[in-house]
Ligand binder design. Structure first.
Ligand code: ATP
Ligand code: FE
Length: 356
C-alpha cells in the first residue's frame, strides 16, 4: 500500500509518502514540511488568511517534492489522504481541494483524516503499538488523554480546561523575557535553577479526574516575578533560572500526577500489551519525558515517545492514518467536507478537545 498524505490545518504545509506492507514496519518514503513561522512572526500569532494563502501556494510544491523524494509517480499510489479537520478552515480547505484534484486527476480513492487521529495513531507508525494504548497529546494547541482503541475509536478521558501546556511554557517565557518558542528556552534556564525556591501551585492535582488547568500556574509565576521586580528592581540570572525551574517542576508534577490517574483508568481495562505514548511538542521536554518514563516503568506499561519531527505537525502521520482507514475499507467521496471542529471522541461536544 502506497499513500500520499497532505497536511495544512495550521501553519505547516506538509506532504508525505508512506508505504505499508503486511508483516513489515511501515516506511516513510518522504515527509516534506514547509513551515510558515516567518510569515506570521510580525503578528505574534497565526493569521488564518495568511496561512490559507501560503498553504494554497505551497501544497503543489510540497506534493511534487514528496513524490520526487520518494521516487514514485502519482500512478504508483493507492490513495490520497488529507487532513479534513479540525483546524483553521481556510488551510483545511486548501488541502482538501488539492487532494480532491489529485484524486480526480489520477483516479485515486480519497481519504479524509482527522488531524488529531493523525497524532494519536503515530505510535503505531513509529513503534507498531497494538490497540488499546493510552495516549497523551501535549502541544502548543492540545492537551488530552485518549484511550486509542481502534483507528476510529478513541475515548477522551481528560484534557485541559484552559491553556495547553505548550501555551503555558510560551507565556511563561514571555513573562520572563525569554525567546519563543518558550518551551526549549524555559527548559534550558531550568537546568541551572532551583525548582524548590518558589512554591507554585499544582492546579487540579488534588481533584479527581484527568483534567488539566494551566492558567493559574501562569498567574502565580507572574506574581512571583512581580514580587522580585518590586523588591530588587529586576530579575537576576539566578532569579530567572529559579523561576523557570520552579515552573517546570510544577508542570512536571501536574502532568505526572494526571498521567498516573489516566494510566490507572486505562490499566483497569487489562490491556494485553499495555503502552503509554506521548506526542506533541511538549513531549520534547526531557524532565517531562523522564518523569513519564519512570511512571510507565512503575506501572508496567511500555513507554513510547515518537521522534519529534513526527510528534509535531507533519503529513506522514496523515498518510499513515489514511492507510489505517484504507485498510478498514473506509473511503471518502468528492463530497468530503473540511471541518473546523471535529472531536475525535464522538461522544464529546464539538467544543471540547481544543486547547486553543
Ligand atoms: P498543534 O500542532 O497541537 O496545533 P503547536 O503547533 O503549537 O500546536 P507543536 O509544534 O506540537 O504544537 O509544539 C509546540 C509547542 O511545544 C510550543 O508551545 C513549545 O513551547 C512547546 N515545546 C517545544 N519544546 C519544548 C520543551 N523542550 N519543553 C516544553 N515545551 C516545549
Ligand atoms: Fe497538530
Amino acid at each position: 500500500l502506497l499513500l500520499l498524505g497532505l497536511e495544512s490545518s495550521c501553519d505547516d504545509t506538509g506532504a508525505a509518502v508512506v508505504r505499508a506492507r503486511p508483516d513489515t514496519r511501515p516506511e516513510i518514503l518522504s515527509s516534506v514540511v514547509a513551515g510558515q513561522t516567518a510569515l506570521h512572526a510580525p503578528y505574534g500569532g497565526v493569521v488564518p488568511e495568511i496561512a490559507a494563502r501560503a498553504h494554497a501556494e505551497k501544497l503543489d510544491l510540497c506534493v511534487e517534492e514528496a513524490l520526487a523524494q520518494a521516487g514514485v509517480g502519482l500512478g504508483a499510489l493507492d490513495a490520497v489522504a488529507v487532513t479534513a479537520g479540525p483546524g483553521l478552515i481556510g488551510g483545511v480547505l486548501s488541502g482538501v481541494m488539492c487532494a480532491k484534484g489529485i484524486a480526480a486527476g489520477a483516479g485515486l480513492p480519497l481519504i479524509g483524516v482527522n488531524h488529531l487521529a493523525g497524532h494519536a495513531l503515530t505510535p503505531r507508525l513509529t513503534d507498531g503499538l497494538e490497540f488499546p494504548y493510552l495516549m497523551l497529546l501535549v502541544s502548543g494547541g492540545h492537551c488530552q488523554f485518549l484511550i486509542v482503541r481502534d483507528s476510529d475509536d478513541f475515548t477522551r478521558i481528560g484534557g485541559t480546561i484552559d491553556d495547553a501546556p505548550g501555551e503555558a511554557f510560551d507565556k511563561a517565557a514571555k513573562l520572563l523575557g525569554l525567546p519563543q518558542p518558550g518551551g526549549p528556552a524555559v527548559e534550558a534556564e531550568a537546568k541551572s535553577g532551583d525548582p524548590t525556591r518558589f512554591a507554585l501551585p499544582r492546579p487540579l492535582l488534588d481533584r479527581p479526574g484527568c483534567d488539566f488547568s494551566f492558567s493559574g500556574l501562569k498567574t502565580a509565576l507572574l506574581r512571583a516575578r512581580d514580587a522580585l521586580v518590586a523588591e530588587n528592581g529586576g530579575l537576576s540570572r539566578a532569579d530567572r533560572a529559579d523561576l523557570c525551574a520552579s515552573f517546570q517542576a510544577a508542570v512536571v508534577d501536574v502532568i505526572t500526577g494526571k498521567s498516573r490517574r489516566a494510566l490507572a483508568l486505562y490499566l483497569a481495562e487489562a490491556p494485553t500489551q499495555p503502552a503509554f505514548a506521548v506526542a506533541g511538542g511538549v513531549a520534547a521536554n526531557s524532565a517531562i519525558r523522564a518523569a513519564l518514563e519512570t511512571l510507565s516503568a512503575e506501572t508496567g506499561a511500555r513507554f513510547v515517545a515518537p521522534p519529534l519531527r513526527l510528534c509535531t505537525d507533519n503529513a506522514a502521520m496523515i498518510a499513515w492514518a489514511g492507510i489505517e482507514r484504507f485498510r478498514a475499507g473506509q473511503r471518502d467521496g468528492m463530497d468530503l467536507r473540511a471541518r473546523p471542529r471535529w472531536p475525535l471522541d464522538q461522544s464529546q461536544p464539538a467544543l471540547i478537545g481544543f486547547g486553543k
